[in-house]
Design a binder for this molecule. Structure first.
Ligand code: NAG
Ligand code: NAG
Length: 599
């Protein structure tokens, strides 16, 4: 009898392990600067696409182009695990009963748009706006995508101008009471819905009415309102000046009584100055090393400090973007520099934007989004190299639960988004970031060793491939940071005293050479405008020592909300096979369980 009972217990334990080892990533909470899945205590890295639903039609974009299910699959295929879904407060406080079809008619929306929706998503036309949002949230959840609900504006329209009436408390359309009423309605509506993991207070506060007094007051009131309506969600707080400015929190931290739910968000584009510094430099008119170094320093000073110290909290870089045609040089330069910040600090982030087009924007119908991940047909990527460029950003580079020391680094090449590995000829080259090669830099001027070997990077002179060598005492194996951006790694050129030779990717092969350094004099009177980005290499600390190309290396465990996902993405294939394993396990468990009871 005792044997039988212990069998039953064993089977039950086995069964519960099988069913509980997959979490759906809900609810999330914070642990210092990290966002954590409360059920597994593992880090959850938010990799979000912004999906606009806050413009006049109050309808998430793209529903005229493709069935909703296919739109969401596009995101999943690019390995996003989160959507920052934007909405207008008035949708909840004034138009909660309005039907989509009527709104579109009143807006005199172009016939083609309505035709498109009735073809791709016919059932949505007769719904209220809120019902469409619910349908979208459901579909995102079914495909394992988390939702950060973002209050973008009060009155539905494009954001932002200084005088748009939506910028700050008491602006024409920004009544604080109606705003709180709206936040409360949204919070309650999605309370207990495991897809909605976070809610923001308000996107990009801006305009002439901005002041710190109101900021502290209403951020506290708004956070309390959300937390009361929906205690499970993360509460996302945005800064002043288009969400670029938090420096005032150094003197007076924001004290909120909302448990482990406070997260900050910040935004940056090539044209924004960082915070009050308003760097009037542009990304093509100034030495690039200098503007990148200045911007990253300013970012740390305005925002980055929030992730350390006794009040440390996570930062979601919830908006940045670039002209995805790839033809805007300023955006390209900006993006490569910002990548080093996102990767170096392993921040959670949100790309502006997922949408390839708008139904209606600033009174124009069927407008293209140049910053869109999708093209105007929502079929292809606008930027064909997206996957290569963003491959390291989507990964969990730091794992707060890891016991591995943090002194190993990935050697990153942000211009292409690739990582450095040693090839069969013992030379260095850029390749996929799935490479297992990790490096340890012995400090400025020291060796760069390949982990678990006695070998180090060595320069073989100007124009020659960099190789892995046993001669680590030589000057050719001693590497220092020679520009303020810290993105140039150089050895001294023995042949011409005082000069440096910098790592550089060869222009027509993956090989890495050493070559004369480009524009490393980034002091104030430098006028060197050559593009140094072929020489930007970054040592990115990592302690996530899991074998690459297993799911643990990615942003989070694939979640198991939907067992019938139809996407081709790697994560969901994995998800599918795991859920098969789980189902099999459950079935076996149950059969064994009943047999144990019988005999
Ligand atoms: C890296 O960290 C490990 C563990 O803390 C330590 O044993 C090792 O000496 C460190 N290596 C270097 C080069 O600092
Ligand atoms: C070391 O680097 C110099 C250039 O700085 C080069 O001329 C020389 O050949 C290199 N030595 C070796 C052993 O590769």
């Amino acid at each position: 009898m005792l044997g039988k009972i212990s069998n039953v217990v064993l089977v039950l334990v086995y069964y519960s392990i099988l069913t509980s080892s997959y979490s759906n990533g809900y609810p999330l909470s914070t642990q210092n600067r990290w966002i954590i899945d409360e059920s597994t205590k593992q880090r959850s890295k938010l990799v979000c696409g912004n999906w606009a639903g806050h413009l006049e039609p109050m309808l998430p974009e793209g529903l005229n182009k493709k069935p909703l299910k296919d739109l969401v699959s596009q995101l999943v295929n690019q390995r996003f695990n989160c959507v920052r879904l934007t909405y207008a407060i008035y949708m909840w406080t004034r138009y909660e009963n309005n039907v989509v079809e009527d709104t579109l008619r009143d807006l005199r929306i172009h016939k083609e748009v309505v035709k498109g929706i009735s073809k791709s998503n016919p059932s949505l036309l007769k719904m209220t706006h809120i019902q469409v949002f619910d349908t979208l949230v459901k579909e995102l959840g079914d495909q394992n995508v988390m939702v950060l609900l973002d209050n973008h504006v009060s009155k539905a329209k494009w954001c932002c101008n200084d005088d748009d009436g939506n910028g700050f408390f008491y602006d024409k359309y920004f009544d604080p009471l109606e705003w709180m009423q709206g936040l409360s309605l949204v919070g309650k509506h999605y309370a207990g819905n495991s897809v909605v993991v976070a809610m923001s207070l308000r996107n990009e506060l801006h305009g002439p009415r901005q002041n710190k007094g109101d900021w502290y007051h209403y951020m506290s009131e708004g956070a309390k309102t959300i937390h009361k309506a929906n205690p499970q969600v993360l509460v996302v707080v945005s800064g002043l000046n288009y969400d670029t400015e938090f420096h005032f929190l150094k003197r007076k931290p924001l004290k909120l009584n909302i448990g482990k739910k406070l997260v900050y968000e910040t935004h940056l584009y090539s044209w924004s100055g960082v915070g009050i510094l308003n760097l009037k430099e542009t990304w093509t008119m100034q030495p690039l090393n200098k503007i990148c170094a200045n911007s990253l320093e300013a970012l740390d000073n305005q925002v980055g400090f929030l992730r350390s110290g006794s009040d440390a909290a996570p930062i979601i870089f919830s908006e940045f973007g670039f002209d995805e045609s790839g033809s805007n040089e300023e955006d390209n330069n900006f993006l490569t520099c910002l990548q080093t910040y996102l990767v170096g600090n392993d921040l959670d982030w949100g790309l502006w934007a997922f949408q390839g087009s708008y139904y209606l924007r600033d009174d124009k119908a069927q407008v293209d989004e140049n910053f869109g991940l999708m093209d105007s047909s929502w079929t292809h990527l606008r930027y064909p190299n997206f996957n290569e460029k963003f491959q390291l950003l989507i990964r969990k580079i730091q794992d707060p639960t890891s016991k591995v020391s943090n002194n190993e680094s990935i050697l990153y090449y942000p211009l292409s988004g690739q990582c450095v590995k040693v090839n069969g000829r013992n030379e260095l080259e850029v390749s996929s970031c799935e490479t297992k090669d990790r490096w340890i830099h012995d400090g400025d001027g020291g060796n760069i060793n390949l982990v678990k070997t006695n070998k180090c990077l060595t320069s073989n002179g100007e124009g020659f491939p960099v190789t892995l060598s046993n001669d680590c005492k030589s000057k050719n194996s001693s590497w220092m940071f020679v520009s303020r951006s810290k993105l140039h790694l150089a050895t001294t050129n023995i042949q011409s005293d005082g000069e440096y030779l910098c790592l550089q990717k060869d222009s027509n092969s993956p090989t890495i050479l050493t070559s004369k350094c480009i524009c490393i004099e980034d002091d104030d009177d430098s006028t060197c405008l050559n593009n140094p980005q072929s020489q930007w290499f970054q040592l990115v600390p990592t302690n996530n020592n899991v074998q690459p190309s297993t799911q643990a290396m990615f942003y989070s465990q694939p979640k198991m909300r939907d067992r019938n996902i139809k996407t081709s993405s790697y994560a969901s294939k994995l998800c599918k096979s795991q859920s098969l394993v789980r189902k099999f396990g459950q079935t076996v468990g149950l059969i064994v369980f009943f047999f144990t009871l019988l005999f």
